[in-house]
Ligand binder design. Sequence first.
Ligand SMILES: [Zn+2]
Length: 383
Amino acid sequence: MRRNGFAYRLDARDGAARTGVFTTPHGDVPTPAFMPVGTKGTVKGCTVADLRALGTTMLLGNTYHLHLRPGEELIRDLGGLHGFMRWDGPILTDSGGYQVFSLEDTRKLDEDGVTFRSVVDGASVRFTPERVIEIEAALGADVAMAFDHCPSLPSDRAGVEAATERTHRWLERCVRRHRELGGEERGQALFGIVQGGSFADLRARSVEAVTSHDLVGYAVGGVSVGETRAEVLAAIDAAAPRLPEDRPRYLLGVGTPRDFFDAIERGIDLFDCVTPTRHGRTAQAFTSEGPLNLRNAKYARDERPLDARCDCPTCVTGYTRAYLRHLTKSEEMLGAILLTHHNIRWFHRLMAEIRGGIARGELARVRSEWLPQAEPTTSQPAE
Ligand SMILES: [Zn+2]
């Protein structure tokens, strides 16, 4: 697929896993790729120069938070999200669907949209599919996500089915508004989101409805809201093989090393998660020996770097586990920053290894090298 400054080129395959390049108006993203989460227009603890040095190609901004503060008009007037935060690489904005539907007690849902209370000032805020597309157009990211109804768990089949069908009706409205505002010609692609919970037939039907729109890319949503791992994998199995091969596939909000391998082996290309940044702020580091919690007293005199094999600035500078533990115990901001940088780099290195593994037909070997060390931790989709 190639049009309007967007392209997806599939380079190699290993089973259902793919490696390729997603091209956007702000640059290329080798896939599979991990996108750090810049909820409020900042990846916590990272300057844009840091992000480039760590190997970030694309990052994520949050429509819900940026709408509430500072507001999309201000951002549009100050250069769009790229100019405002000084990141000239690709950006994706989520639709706010996840945040809106996680605020169960403050929302009112009807067929037209959702009303909720602002976490900033308590004001009543209304999101409709059209309104969300207008906000995302003002933010000006390379990729805007469609506004979807993500059913919260536990949800029975009827509840999931209703949310899935509403997502399809809302997608039609998103597509229409996106086109009215200039469509891809103004440098912004729209991605549709497949729902359907853990019901294979609903997933299949959702893929059919969502891909009836000729969009630059597609996402699989509603898989990180509290299901079991088996349910998540079944949902991906039901959706990914039915998505068009010549478009990027994004799995929303899933982000541990084990999740990455499981999803990539099923044909997923793009990921976002707050895991590396949140863990960085809570004294946890991903390492080739497994997760390391610097609160543990055994690191008090440990003179080793976080990971001897890591090429991140934290490890290369020679900061010791003992020093990093001291910083985090003392609640010094530098501790969180150094750990965040290490974790983001670690995720990008993992993705680079995975891309190489797919290209060589050796993804299974990369998995066996990386996974025994990287224990699964809980996915944490919201920040
Ligand atoms: Zn490191």
